[in-house]
Write a protein that binds this ligand. Structure first.
Ligand code: NCD
Ligand code: ZN
Length: 349
């Protein structure tokens, strides 16, 4: 059914299964944007220093809840940052706390604040075995860091070099392949046996790598894994709007101060917390699949994480509004993706 005539849709309130909230004054600024759109979010642990223990995750959760403005509700779902030294005991504590919903693998050096990440998964055998045993999912930043491998091939190579051997050794380990960007990853997750799923960002559904270079270098379109060529975007759209229940929302909204994005060596990360749901609506609408949005945004992720589906609803209207050029971010500002542009869908108040 062509959805071009749909003027509004009402769907179960969605969650964001991959979100960077940062900390301190920055957290205070960005949290209301996510809380307005999403009921819950999987909170990334790549703070400085990273969130490596259950105790730190619980303290971070408290800071998030105290930064939440009066009258708003939002449930942070915490994660631990896997290191070469994470113990099986720590994993057990995390699971038993009830607050930790996943453990994040950042290959050392792969992205923002990943220097404490894993140098080789063989160091994590005990922790991974415990995760497999207690059913705590591994959330993977799926890129190799080998400088010999072309930046655009790092996700596809990760599947062969890291993911396949890991899954052979630990077939029961539950895995989320985070922010997939390639047809290889979409294909693998669609076909693989066992308990695996993937998040897809709105920007990888809407843009290909040309966006980074259109008329000059555009740092606000630079994130990791980097945008890929059009054939990959098409494969991601097919996965997100298709019949597999293994794909779900994860904005990967990752705020950085404006001056560190517009810089000779700009940081990776797109800020989409202000308009995440509207961006997904636009992507689904462009391929006539707005009716598939609720499954992707509100059901598949909750089901994978074994969380109850949300009960309340949100409404998206087809109406234009203009995104601000920048919004406060602690003592500085952050430039949202699509700053100053007109959006086609708007979340009703
Ligand atoms: C993220 C960040 O800034 O924390 N950046 C990004 O480009 N996505 C880290 C990450 O998720 O890779
Ligand atoms: Zn991220």
């Amino acid at each position: 059914m062509p959805s071009q005539n749909t003027q509004q849709i009402t769907l179960t309130r969605p969650d964001d299964f991959h979100l960077h909230l940062r900390d301190g004054a920055g957290l205070q600024s960005v949290l209301p944007h996510s809380a307005k759109q999403f009921a819950r979010a999987i909170i990334m642990p790549n703070l400085r220093p990273p969130v490596t223990t259950t105790e730190q995750a619980i303290a971070y959760r408290e800071r998030i809840l105290s930064a939440l403005p009066e009258g708003m509700s939002f449930k942070p779902l915490m994660t631990l940052y896997l290191t070469d030294n994470t113990t099986a005991d720590e994993i057990k504590r995390a699971k038993e706390s009830g607050f930790v919903h996943g453990v994040k693998l950042y290959p050392a050096g792969a992205t923002t604040n990943s220097d404490a990440g894993v140098t080789d998964l063989k160091h994590c055998a005990k922790a991974l075995e415990m995760m497999q045993q207690v059913g705590l999912p591994l959330l993977m930043h799926g890129e190799v860091t080998d400088p010999e491998i072309d930046l655009f091939d790092r996700e596809a190579v990760f599947i062969d070099r890291v993911l396949l051997p890991l899954r052979k050794n630990m077939p029961e380990l539950r895995i989320v392949f985070e922010h997939i960007t390639t047809k290889e990853a979409a294909q693998y997750v669609t076909d693989a046996e066992g308990d695996i799923a993937a998040t897809i960002t709105a920007h990888h559904l809407l843009y290909n790598r040309n966006a980074i270079f259109q008329g000059g270098i555009r740092p606000h379109y630079y994130c990791l894994p980097v945008l890929k060529r059009e054939t990959n975007r098409q494969a991601l759209l097919a996965a997100a709007t298709g019949n597999s229940n293994r794909f779900f929302i994860g904005t990967d909204s990752a705020p950085h101060p404006k001056e560190l994005k517009e810089h000779a060596c700009g940081c990776a990360g797109c800020y989409t917390a202000l308009h995440g749901l509207e961006l997904y609506a636009q992507a689904f609408d462009q391929v006539g699949a707005i009716d598939k949005l609720e499954t992707f945004a509100s059901f598949n992720g909750a089901d994978f994480y074994r969380l109850p589906r949300n009960q309340d609803k949100v409404t998206l209207k087809r109406q234009s509004w203009v995104l601000p050029e920048q919004v406060p971010f602690g003592e500085t500002v952050v430039v949202p993706l699509n700053a100053g542009e007109t959006m086609q869908w708007q979340l009703a108040q």
